[in-house]
Unconditional design. Structure first.
Ligand code: AMP
Ligand code: ZN
Length: 733
């Protein structure tokens, strides 16, 4: 019997179907005006594992997953540019339905890629407005809801069990939890919306007994779960953020409507985190499945990664842990592949297999202990059972794990001529002609095949996408993985450093222009390819093959600006470091003058574009001026590498680039160095695409956050400003 932690009873409860033999299960599904991120997928994976675990007990499962297509698509939100995808689609003349369909299809395809069994129905909210209206009408009739000016609210005080699920029982806590919504039409701040009047400009709206409007979010799940699963069903799943207010509201609605408990077990999955906080689109820390695929990583490696943590604990996502999962997955598959080539041995070791399977299911049934089940899979794979029996056990485990562990049998196809080369190689080996045997192996490897010799046998298989990618170039997942050379002696005169993230044309222009003007000085160009996905990565690799002065360091996803710059600075080996933004073009010798300026040991930073301030609040660019500055802009930022020892590296909390240059400039000033601008340096500014690609709202938000970081650290350090010097004459404007 499967036991699951029930959020309602706070105990681990057995899943005993109400109708014998059939488990009815409802999963809160995706909102389809954007892509589901991999955190969302983690919640759907949990539901999938629950379903597979039930199927393994010979239970039938009816699984419903709703599609939320009643987004809050208000016109002014779009005009502010907040949802660029939706705005763009509408601009192309697409309808709300088409947008919803587009993301629904992407969602279904993502689910398929991570082997989630499709729900039996994916009901759409917009197809069930009538059912929602019926429930709301009944709630009004029963005195559990009231209408005010075209809005209908649930009257929380008339439902005594409200707060049972979330534990938000006392009034103070509840008010805290809803953050005191200031809708003056509500009788009580805790009351929540069942139906809302459509405001002018709203695209999606329906007529109702209370006028044109649209349903509250919670009511859709009451209506669809009852319609498809009945007034009593077994299991309801979602992520923990669904507990309150969504599921608390759903219970109040559904039970208010039927007069009885509706759901037996509520199971909630903990969050997937990134950088230690909940992954969400609005936090800017979300990844989607195609970000994973862009790395040549199998989507099922993400499934593997989710297996490594219990569903009710948080899991911090990193690309390095994902890569480890990819390696684990490959290893298991390759073992299964090796076993599949052994001569068949039907019916042997049956009792061993049954015993292993029993232990495996004990883990699964114990509140879905999948990390335990995965550990057991490895233990079994390394046991001394014959390979054939291991394969049989593995296939049974995989019915629940869902990782396509026997896929190699189907997908590792090797052409006949490769097989002949292998037998040719075996001949040579028996004749001790290892030199030619190894040559064949290398040639096969070049062609994309892995040749493995084991116990007198040779096996050949195609390299996976992941292996090919790994061979092409290494990429780092975080700046911590990159060793620091800061304390090493200088290896050359100059490091020209850049962080490149897409916009290949800009990268090329910046790089070529800099190389045009470096003359004969010994130097290195160091480029951090910060997770480019437009071919910049490949172009840089090719360029580096013919340009010995160029060195490229790849990251496997877009790191924050602080982290990317840190990688650059940790790896730089030039006496002088000139960091260039890829939007600039060099049109003359900047390197000689920079070197001269830095020859003065009181100068910390130089460059063409300085900034000044009198109060730390308004920074103005020195518009073509030279002289002492309060900060140097990141477009071209030059200093002696030896300064890194006392100044340190830029702060990684700056994920977005803006104002990081202010912050880093102040690190120099704090150590007593001056910042001097030379506006005659021939550096041209072009469109700064990272900036122009952002919607205005996003820019402001991100800039503000960074500015706050800056002020928190330097806000009371007016002593560092040049305006606090005695000599005002040459820089007041
Ligand atoms: P939404 O599309 O926001 O309604 O979310 C769909 C599902 O994903 C819900 O069950 C959420 O609880 C769940 N979810 C949202 N963010 C995360 C996250 N970071 N980790 C795991 N599940 C999440
Ligand atoms: Zn729901």
């Amino acid at each position: 019997m499967l036991r699951l932690f029930n959020t309602l009873t706070k105990t681990s409860d057995e899943v005993r179907p109400i109708e014998p033999g059939v488990v009815k299960m409802y999963t809160c599904g995706p909102t389809v005006y954007r892509d589901a991120h991999i955190g969302n997928l983690r919640s759907y994976l949990m539901a999938d594992w629950i379903r597979r675990a039930l199927l393994a007990q010979d239970l039938q499962v009816v699984h419903i997953k709703n599609i939320t297509d009643v987004g809050h698509m208000r016109q002014e939100v779009l005009e502010r540019g907040e949802d660029k995808v939706v705005a763009a689609a509408l601009a192309e003349g697409k309808t709300a339905e088409e947008i919803a369909q587009f993301y629904t299809d992407r969602f279904l395809s993502d689910e398929k890629k991570v082997n989630i069994m499709p729900a039996h129905e994916f009901p759409k909210a917009t197809d069930h407005i009538e059912g929602m209206v019926e429930i709301v009408e009944e709630l009004i009739r029963k005195g559990l809801a009231y209408e005010v000016q075209g809005n209908v609210y649930y009257e929380v005080s008339s439902f005594p069990d409200y707060g049972q699920l979330s534990g938000n029982i006392n009034e103070a806590e509840l008010l805290e939890a809803v953050r005191v919504d200031v809708d003056p039409l509500k009788r009580d701040a805790r009351d929540f919306t069942l139906w809302k009047q459509a405001e002018p400009g709203r695209i999606l709206k329906w007529s109702s007994p209370w006028g044109d409007g649209f349903p509250g979010w919670h009511i859709e799940c009451s209506a669809m779960s009852i319609k498809y699963l009945g007034k009593k069903f077994d299991l309801h799943t979602g992520g923990v953020d669904n507990i309150f207010p969504h599921h608390e509201g759903e219970i109040a609605q559904s039970e208010g409507f039927t007069g009885e408990p509706v759901v037996n077990i509520w199971t909630h999955g903990q969050h997937l985190l990134a950088d230690g906080v909940k992954m969400s689109k609005s936090m800017g820390n979300s990844f989607i499945l195609s970000d994973i695929e862009a790395q040549g990583i199998d989507p099922l490696a993400f499934r593997y990664l989710c297996l490594t943590a219990k569903y009710n604990t948080r899991l911090n996502f990193t690309f390095s842990s994902l890569k480890a999962a990819q390696r684990g997955l490959l290893r298991l598959r390759n073992m299964a592949w090796q076993w599949s080539m052994l001569p068949s041995q039907n019916g042997q070791n049956e009792s061993d297999i049954t015993e292993w399977y029993g232990k495996f299911m004990d883990r699964v049934n114990d509140n879905l202990d999948l990390p335990g089940a995965l550990a057991l899979t490895w233990e079994m794979a390394r046991s001394d059972m014959p390979g054939q029996a291991k394969l049989a056990a593995m296939k049974r485990f995989d019915a629940i794990l869902g990782m396509d562990l026997d896929s190699a049998e189907r997908t590792y196809k090797v052409p006949q001529e490769v097989h002949s080369q292998i037998s040719d190689r075996s001949d040579k080996r028996t004749k001790d002609d290892y030199q030619n045997a190894d040559a064949i192996r290398s040639a096969l490897s070049e062609d994309g095949y892995v040749v493995q010799d084991s116990q007198g046998d040779t096996r050949v298989r195609p390299k996976t996408d992941w292996e090919k990618r790994e061979e092409a170039w290494h990429s780092f997942s975080s700046s911590v993985e990159v060793p620091s050379l800061v304390d090493e002696p200088d290896a050359t005169e100059l490091t020209i450093g850049m962080v490149a993230c897409n916009y290949l044309g800009d990268v090329q222009r910046c790089l070529e222009s800099a190389l045009n003007w470096v003359g004969e000085r010994p130097l290195e160009v160091l480029i951090v390819d910060n997770g480019s996905a437009d071919g910049t990565d490949k172009w840089l690799e090719e360029k580096a093959a013919t340009e010995p002065r160029l060195r490229v360091i790849h990251t496997d996803h877009v790191l924050g600006e602080g982290a990317a710059k840190n990688i650059l600075l940790k790896q730089a080996r030039g006496k002088t470091v000139v960091m260039l933004d890829t939007s600039v073009e060099i049109s003359g010798d900047i390197f000689g003058p920079i070197d001269d300026a830095l020859g003065d040991s009181t100068i910390g930073v130089t460059g063409p574009f300085g900034l000044r301030t009198n109060d730390l609040h308004h920074f103005h660019d020195g518009e073509g001026e030279s002289g002492f500055m309060d900060a140097m802009q990141a477009y071209c930022f030059a200093f002696r590498r030896s300064r890194l020892k006392d100044v340190g590296l830029p702060r990684e909390t700056f994920r977005f680039y803006r104002n990081l240059d202010l912050d880093y400039s102040f690190q120099f000033k704090d150590k007593g160095y001056k910042i001097v601008a030379d506006s005659s340096l021939p550096v041209q500014l072009h469109e700064h695409r990272v900036w122009s690609a952002l919607a205005e709202g996003e820019r402001d938000e991100l800039s503000k956050k960074n500015y706050r970081r800056f002020l928190d650290k330097w806000g009371d350090r007016a002593d560092l400003l040049i305006s606090s010097d005695h000599d005002h004459s040459h820089h007041t404007h």
